[in-house]
Design a protein around this ligand. Sequence first.
Ligand code: SF4
Length: 616
Amino acid sequence: MSVSVPKGYIGRLLRVDLTSGSMKEEWLDEPDLRKYVGGTGFGIRYLYQEVPPGIDCFSPDNRLIIASGPLGGTRIPGSGTYSVSTRGVLTGGAAFSQANGFFGAFMRFAGFDGLIIQGAAEKPVYLYLHDGTAELQDAAHLKGLDTWETDEALKAELGGSKTTMSVACIGPAGENLVKFAAIVSDRGHIAGHNGIGAVMGSKKLKAIVAGRGKQAISLHDAKRVSELGRQIVDTMKNNPQSRFLYNYGTLGNYQVQERTGGLPIKNYTTNIYPDKDKLEQFTPDYIRGRFQPKPEPCWACQMHHCHESTITEGPYTGMVVEEPEYECLSAMGAQIGNMEVASAMMLTNVVDRLGLEMNETGWVIGLAIECYEKGLIDKEKAGGIEMNWGNVEAVRAMLQNIAYREGFGDILAEGAMRASFAIGGEAPNFAIYTKKGNTPRGYDHRGQWIEMFDKITSNTGTLESRPRVRVNMGEMSPEDVVDAATSGKGRMSFVDSLGVCFFATMASMRVLSEALSAATGWDFTVEEAEALGLRIVNLARVYNIRHGHTRELDAPSPRYGSTPVDGPFAGKTFMPSFDHMLDMYYQKMGWDEKTGKPLPETLKRLGLEYAIKDIY
Ligand code: SF4
């Protein structure tokens, strides 16, 4: 029976079995399509059905679901984004991560809305998508190459360039199953959370190449989609709240966070910046003014965000790097006690090339340094590396050891939580993580209570909510925090199902729902968009419960939940109210207060009746 394909879709999902080397195309019927839409929605749908409890993250039976969405490759800004879903290595639960750039758009132009990858190859392979076909090719010659070298080698081999080809690949970290290995696409766009690069490595899939191709994306109302794209750009440009982001991306955030107590400094041991004279180095003016910025916008994006930079001062002069995001600067700057921006840029480049996820890397290195400084590990244990605050060459050496799992790096390659247990003693009290095993974004959240509560309670152990109220003053009532954290639940999951960049679209539910309607011909309301987001959140919750997650895992590590000793939030914490907040949160989400299980009526309301039997 043939299945109809609505406008906005190519109508092809490619299932790749790496064990047998076979591939086949499949598609969803329209009710199911509208229920899950694409991207992360597709991801959780397939993950739930195909990766039941008992399947290890590194088992060939785990899936890697890579999908764009119905706005992918259109004139909506930043519609080169794709979403990756799998059973996550750090949490053992559902993992979702997105990367911007070109890959999502080029995959669609090559003829595929998404990929369901299963099995494991015997030897390294890469997948080449082009002109409606897919080929598995030998990747022995790419083994051990870093992510930039892999990108370059594949483009040279296949005759592609930046504008005609996009490469999503893993580096040595993914090949060596580092638990926070990432998938790196277009050199600087990284889908990194929860060890998805390690899952790709376990399948011996070194890279996926999407040749741009000529597949047309037929839209219901292309003119309206373009108009809405322009509207988004105008808003970004002219709205005082987004204008700075439009011009500088996340660069200005370092100073803002330093001022407001949100910058992580030396693994949360202080909130006082040690060298104020050097703070100026981390400003947009300094970075854009000195490091020869070359714009590198993603597909259909007009924001002045992504750039290539060249380091022009200090020992790393001449190095070409991606201009770092705020979270890169915080992870390789203040968090590890490094006050030199050029060194931070060098280190972020090393992290990207090795194929590590930046946030976890920062927390793991900060943990190692604190343990070293406090005598929990010595130079011999650290493999002869002097892990002191701000010793960037030591950090560089340790990053290599992590990616290749050598010496002490093998312990750190397990991620902050597991590494702290392995080090022992006081180390578990130093490590920053959420109890599911993931780590937060690169902030000191102890004064940003909405985001902290969201991180602790999210299915993925990292950002899940996009609160309508963006107030993080750390002095809200527990009720206000819970209200704010639940008010935006599901918004991110909706955006991540469309194939667009979260930044470039500012996640406007109204505009994006309208764009989805214009693309597909559906009448997709904001209410339906919110329901889609909540469907994803709830199905991920059920998935996690089936995989052993409990209420006890909705908690911070001792350090993450600690009280700041100095700075703007000294002495302030919401932790004494935390249990009560969790009760309120579960209640608001329609979950059982004791277990955190979504109630049968909640699942029914979201069209997830089929999941009830799995947890009751
Ligand atoms: S906002 Fe930045 S990351 Fe997003 S699409 Fe534009 S250039 Fe890419």
